[in-house]
Design a protein around this ligand. Structure first.
Ligand code: B12
Length: 432
């Protein structure tokens, strides 16, 4: 037998025996605590909308600041709930499956009762069930969900974690989507979707007694296929997809009780990336923290909110450093399709360390007649919706893709990507 293979088996057996699959190598406790604090600090930021995923990241950690978590839960109730209520009172179904699902998970993670919590006329879980019904109908009519399969999976996961029996047709649509490779996007988004579906399938498998044998067989098959795809997608550094999809992928593998050999390299790489400062977006941190504490979204169902640590204390915020006076040149091209010619090219000088968002703002300020753009807020930050008056839409599955010239799609949004001297970007209207 090959020594390498033997070593992997020994490592796997050891991890199962010690019950610590995907454990972070020792000596990184301070790094984990600093990430916990980073996420907690984002909660303090008054200018940011409350984000239920951030709340889940905090709750699925082993160290807490219980008072700040409680305040944040209250902020979720006062900011997210009115916007959910207003979307739910619209005539046409709105694409809020993911938000509703995260809110129901947040309530469960707070040990509040999502079964009795209401939004307008119904409970949160009833709304979520209905929302998934709309998603299923949308697939039947248009061959794709109202939102996307990531949110569809999140909805299934949330109901399942909350102990709700789902409509078997809703589950079947998800297993069929897996079978027909419908989770694939043209860019790297597919791994996140695969991972979220994997978490949903694992939860359904664990509650098999609620469903009939044939459906359980479909779920079991889809689960096996997702696991195989995630393992196959792993590169030599252990990354699955990219650095931002890997935490969710590892959560899925962890929930599926995968062997340590399938995540130890990935965890080491994630730790390296943490020390390089790659994880600064609160949303990205919220997906990573559970992994660092060997938790997954499935653990929310077991939370009882008793005897929790309350030792996390934030030091005073360090003063924000000024941007250096040095300026860098950025070029931006706008294309209305991949084959089409550029409809705009321009350049602008901005302080070193600026984001692409800063550069676009400066470009718009200098030449408002020639260049303009709009964004909407999302859980990941500002999402670019409109460039030079050209709007992208959910209904026709178009978006403004961010590309670093010549042809590398960015793996971060406009507010997170920090530009370097000589960068050239293409904003390209694309299909997904
Ligand atoms: C589906 C999806 C898309 C769809 C969204 C359209 C739709 N209506 O479904 C499409 C394909 C258009 C897309 C585009 C992009 N995406 Co995307 N996307 C996702 C995915 C799989 C699910 C998002 C979701 O529905 N969340 C659930 C709901 C509840 O949250 P939400 O915030 O309300 O959702 C909205 C926003 O997230 C927004 N959105 C989607 N992607 C991105 C990316 C950024 C940076 C921002 C600010 C917003 C945003 O669209 C969602 C639906 O309206 C996530 C995976 C993940 N782990 O979250 C990646 C993900 C968020 N996307 C990512 C990226 C990088 C992009 C792009 C920047 C790619 C590019 N080079 O152009 C662009 C955005 C460019 C822009 N115009 O600003 C990264 C972000 C990583 C990071 N650190 O910032 C993720 C995590 C995937 C990954 N692992 O690389 N995406």
């Amino acid at each position: 037998m090959d020594w390498m293979f033997l070593a992997l088996i020994v490592l796997g057996v050891f991890s199962i025996v010690s019950g610590k699959i995907c454990e972070v190598p020792s000596g990184n406790a301070n790094l984990i605590t600093s990430l916990n604090k980073k996420l907690l600090r984002s909660v303090e930021d008054e200018s940011e909308e409350a984000n239920p995923s951030v709340y889940l990241g905090l709750r699925l950690s082993s160290t807490h600041s219980l008072s700040l978590e409680l305040e944040y839960l209250a902020k979720l109730q006062t900011t997210l709930v009115p916007s959910l209520k207003s979307s739910l009172s619209e005539h046409k179904p709105q694409p809020i499956t993911g938000l509703l699902a995260l809110y129901a998970l947040a309530l469960r993670a707070a040990c509040a009762d999502p079964i009795t919590a209401t939004l307008n006329d119904k409970t949160v879980l009833q709304h979520l069930k209905q929302q998934l019904h709309h998603e299923k109908e949308h697939i039947a009519n248009s061959n794709r969900p109202l939102t996307n399969y990531y949110q569809y999976s999140l909805g299934v996961l949330s109901l399942c974690v909350n102990g709700v029996r789902l409509n078997p047709h809703v589950i079947h649509k998800l297993t069929e989507a897996q079978k027909h490779s419908a989770f694939l996007h043209k860019d790297s988004a597919s791994v996140d979707t695969e991972a979220m579906a994997g978490l949903a399938f694992q939860c359904l498998k664990d509650s098999a007694e609620l469903y009939d044998a044939l459906l359980n067989e479909h779920v079991q098959h889809a689960l096996g296929a997702v696991k195989a795809q995630l393992v196959k997608a792993q590169d030599e550094k252990g990354l699955i997809g990219n650095v931002f999809s890997t935490p969710l992928a590892i959560q899925a593998l962890l929930a599926m009780n995968s062997a340590a050999s399938q995540c130890s390299t990935a965890v080491e790489t994630l730790v390296t990336e943490m020390s390089l400062g790659t994880f600064h977006n609160p949303m990205a941190i919220s997906h990573l923290l559970p992994v660092l504490h060997q938790k997954t979204y499935l653990d929310i169902s077991k939370m009882d909110c008793t005897g929790e640590d309350d030792s996390l204390v934030l030091e005073p915020r360090p003063p924000a450093g000024d941007l250096p006076p040095e300026k860098v040149m950025v070029r931006v091209g706008v294309e209305s399709s991949k084959a089409g010619p550029a409809i705009y090219t321009g350049r602008v000088r901005v302080p070193k360390g600026s984001s692409l968002h800063d550069a676009l703002k400066e470009m718009q300020r200098q030449k408002p007649q020639e260049f303009s753009f709009e964004t909407v807020d999302s859980l990941w930050g500002p999402y670019l919706t409109t460039v030079k008056g050209v709007m992208t839409q959910q209904e026709n599955q178009t978006y403004w893709q961010l590309i670093k010239s010549p042809d590398t799609p960015l793996i971060e949004g406009i507010a997170d990507y920090k530009i370097e001297h000589g960068d050239t970007f293409i904003l390209r209207k694309s299909k997904w």
